[in-house]
Design a binder for this molecule. Structure first.
Ligand code: UD1
Ligand code: MG
Length: 435
């Protein structure tokens, strides 16, 4: 794709009142990344002139997007007081190239391949049209003789217009001169007192500008205006992410019950059982993640995890078995077995070590976190605790029920237990019962 022929501008200055949130709409996340991330990512596949229009919470959005894209995108600030609306958003915008694709920033499902179709039609303006029975919230598109005549916002429409089910999906491809000549002519004489980008259509049509509709699918062009839209969009994107990994060879049992985020990567032959949630920038290499486990920003290699295990961020697990009810956080485990009921936090554990059921690292003393270092071939008996900071050298044997509060030397046996107390038949005496 030649990236030197199309400018793309993404409108992201609105607050998104219908989200009922203090977070700007475009920063709401689906499948682990902000909505705006997705439209920028796809736009950069088509153009080296991508501009994002900011207004509400501009700096917050800019900072976040720069984390992902650095200086590959540029930003422009909208004057939301004097020029509110999608038309106001483009005031002062100067595209580099002759074709300009305008995208609403609340369309996280758009894909480059679909967007490139707008370039292939020979028309001064091409605009996206959805044909849907559920028209709620969309501007209505009036089409005659395969030319778009006008777009009427729902709030300004009469009953006849409201009955139309040809809807403005919110993507437009303009020849640059069209924007230059019609943007200055927009007014805000409408229900929302905003400058509507969509009014360009009727103005241009009056001058016989060619405006072709391009019919598009909701699975790519869904707009997100409220939290229900957000949830639905996440389902669509989630399916797309899972399908793509399944096609690459990941085995998923009941994929409808699995949640995989955008930043997750699989390598080699992996199995993901039902009910699993894998988040952040996790990397799963030749591993088996069993039912109902949660993995957050961790690296798992040649291991099996779960069922019902929880790997929290920065865990790195290699050749390891993690069983049910084991929680691991910010720890490195290599060739370790931790089969049941443990908390392993801020730890490093060496190969051949066996962690008994109920072992806990006490990594937090109420003020700060400390590390637990466990060497190779250590056997830790059930129901033991390591009070960090602590180092357990190789080949140690720790008896069940021990509390480790000092460093242990290589090869050491360590047991701490209260003394045994035993009184035969004490129960009956205490409760005054017969045996
Ligand atoms: C818009 C369209 C509507 C279309 C729908 C598709 C207009 C007037 N209406 O309505 O025809 O059916 O999208 O989803 O364009 N924005 C700014 N500055 C503003 C206002 C909005 O940058 O002053 C941005 C928002 O951040 C958002 C996008 O433009 O990303 C669309 O705004 P939104 O308020 O969601 O418009 P809709 O009511 O959905
Ligand atoms: Mg919208």
């Amino acid at each position: 794709m030649n990236k030197n022929s199309l400018s793309i501008v993404i409108l992201a200055a609105g607050k998104g009142t219908r989200m009922k949130s203090n977070t700007p709409k475009v920063l709401h996340r689906i499948c682990g990344r902000e909505m705006l991330y997705y439209s920028i990512k796809e736009s950069l596949k088509l153009s080296n002139d991508v501009c994002v229009i900011l207004g509400f919470e501009a700096e917050r959005i800019k900072e976040k997007m720069q984390e992902y894209f650095g200086d590959k995108i540029r930003f422009l600030y909208q004057d939301l007081v004097d020029f509110p609306g999608t038309g106001g958003a483009l005031k002062g915008y100067l595209p580099k190239y002759k074709k300009v694709l305008v995208l609403n920033g609340d369309m996280p499902l758009v894909q480059a391949e679909e967007l490139s179709k707008f370039m292939h039609l020979d028309s001064e303006v091409v605009m996206s049209v959805l044909d849907l029975p559920n028209t709620n919230g969309y501007g209505r598109v009036v089409i005659r003789e395969n030319q778009v005549q006008e777009i009427i916002e729902e709030k300004d429409a009469n009953a006849e217009i409201l009955a139309l089910h040809t809807l403005n999906a919110g993507v437009y491809c303009f020849n640059r001169e069209i924007l230059e000549s019609y943007l200055p002519r927009l007014d805000n004489n409408n229900a929302q007192k905003e400058y509507y980008l969509t009014d360009i259509i009727a103005l241009a049509r009056r001058d016989s500008v060619t405006i072709m509709p391009l019919f598009v699918e909701i699975t790519n062009f869904k707009g997100v205006n409220d939290k229900l839209d957000l949830a639905r969009a996440e389902e669509i994107l989630g399916d797309r992410i899972k399908e793509s990994w399944i096609k690459k060879g990941v085995l998923m049992c009941l994929p409808n019950t699995i949640y995989i985020e955008e930043g997750v990567e699989f390598v080699g032959e992996c199995v993901v059982e039902n009910g699993v949630r894998i988040c952040g920038d996790s990397k799963i290499i030749h591993s088996h993640i069993k039912a109902q486990s949660i993995i957050e920003s961790s690296i798992i290699e040649s291991s099996d995890v779960g069922p019902l295990a929880h790997l929290r961020p920065q865990s790195v697990i290699k050749n390891t078995h993690i069983g049910n009810f084991v929680e691991v956080k910010k720890s490195q485990l290599e060739s370790v077995k931790a089969g049941h009921l443990s908390y392993i936090g801020d730890s490093e554990i060496g190969s051949g070590t066996n962690i008994g059921a109920g072992f806990i690292t006490c990594n937090y003393n109420g003020k700060s976190k400390h590390k637990t270092i466990i060497g190779k071939n250590v056997f830790i008996g059930s129901d033991s605790q390591a009070v960090a900071p602590v180092v357990i050298e190789d080949d140690c044997l720790i008896g069940a029920g021990s509390t480790i509060r000092r460093n242990l030397k290589k090869g050491e046996l360590f047991v701490t237990r209260g003394e045994e107390v035993s009184k035969a038949g004490f129960f009956y005496k205490f409760f005054n019962k017969k045996s």
